[in-house]
Design a protein around this ligand. Structure first.
Ligand SMILES: N[C@H](CCC[C@H](N)C(=O)O)C(=O)O
Length: 319
């Protein structure tokens, strides 16, 4: 079976995107999880942080399913939904577009390029909650867990737990220690000891007003170049900690580049607009039969977009 895919990324959080709007690809969840593990392997296959499936929907314009590199299926993906929405907007000729996810419906719109020839999209993340069953072990009384210690993880860091459909804990740090992040990320995802379904763990550093840096150990993946829902969580926390203002765009720098986040609060509800690139790198075809991905070939490279994104990243290094 020949299957076309697009290799894409949001802030270099990279994905294998498959258009299944015609529902022709009929794979079981077990097969999809197997696919994710095989295709995301950076040594033996295409290599990615996850696979994205663009599917038809009865409740929105289209539906997104995402599988992490370890084969687990999370509820949401902020960088991935921008890439998937780009393809959906192209196919359905509709902008903005509503995307059904496992736990919500997200509006995504194509916006002006954040840098020349960097295709940019805004995802309005409204399914933000400080209360989630994912946090029952750290907050048995089901109260918001904001800027508190988690003794099983660290004796001095403080964390805030927030869900964007998928669970996050975020800590404000003065210095980014990737080894410590890796260690805490692994501990937070040891079969349900601190979080029943694991969690994404992020450090963020305040750079200047409306400018932060975020790095994330992603559940089901490990440390990635960027995590869209984590960057949204960190920008929200920066406002709650009075480091930034609600209703003002925040530049969120990461290992893979930069996105802009706009945290909003109305009464007790929160949302974050996540504006960033959705860069297509290449189109390809994979030949799949009897559980085995036999052959993978590139059919088209998006050289202009790759170069444009590199120019944008270079501009940050020089500023
Ligand atoms: N690994 C995450 C899902 C992908 C989220 C990330 N890539 C993003 O852009 O939000 C989890 O298991 O919750």
């Amino acid at each position: 079976m020949k299957i076309n895919f697009v290799k894409c990324h949001g802030s270099e959080n990279d994905f294998i995107l498959i258009n299944n709007l015609d529902a022709s690809l009929n794979l079981s969840d077990t097969e999809l999880a197997h696919w994710a593990k095989c295709l995301c392997n950076r040594t033996y296959s295409i290599g990615a942080d996850g696979i994205l499936l663009l599917l038809p929907s009865t409740t929105a314009d289209a539906r997104m399913r995402i599988f992490n590199a370890d084969g687990s299926e999370p509820e949401m993906c902020g960088n991935g939904i921008r890439c998937l929405a780009r393809l959906a907007i192209q196919q359905l000729k509709k902008n903005p577009i509503q995307i059904e996810t496992k736990t919500s419906r997200i509006q995504v719109s194509q916006e002006n390029d954040i840098a020349q020839n960097v295709f940019s999209f805004n995802a309005r993340l409204q399914n933000v909650s400080f209360i989630s069953d994912d946090f029952n072990l750290i907050s048995p009384n089901k109260q918001p867990f904001i800027n508190k210690p988690i003794s099983l993880l660290s004796s001095d860091l403080r964390f805030t737990a927030v869900s964007f459909g998928n669970p996050h804990i975020v800590s404000l740090v003065n210095h980014i220690d990737k080894n410590l992040l890796e260690q805490l990320g692994k501990m937070a995802n040891i079969n349900g000891t601190i979080f029943p379904n694991g969690a994404n763990v992020s450090f963020f550093r305040f750079i200047s007003p409306q400018s932060i840096y975020v790095i994330t150990y992603e559940r089901g993946v490990g440390i990635t170049y960027a995590c869209g829902t984590a960057m949204s969580a960190a920008s929200l926390l920066s406002c709650i900690l009075n480091l930034n203002q609600f209703g003002t765009w925040i530049h969120v720098f990461n290992e893979g580049g930069m996105v802009k986040c706009l945290p909003n609060q109305s009464n007790e509800s929160y949302s974050v607009d996540l504006l960033g690139n959705a860069t297509f790198v290449y189109e390809g075809t994979l030949d799949y039969a009897n559980g085995v991905v036999k052959e993978i070939s590139k059919t088209k490279e998006f050289y202009d977009e790759i170069a444009a994104y590199e120019r944008m990243k270079k501009s940050f290094r020089e500023s």
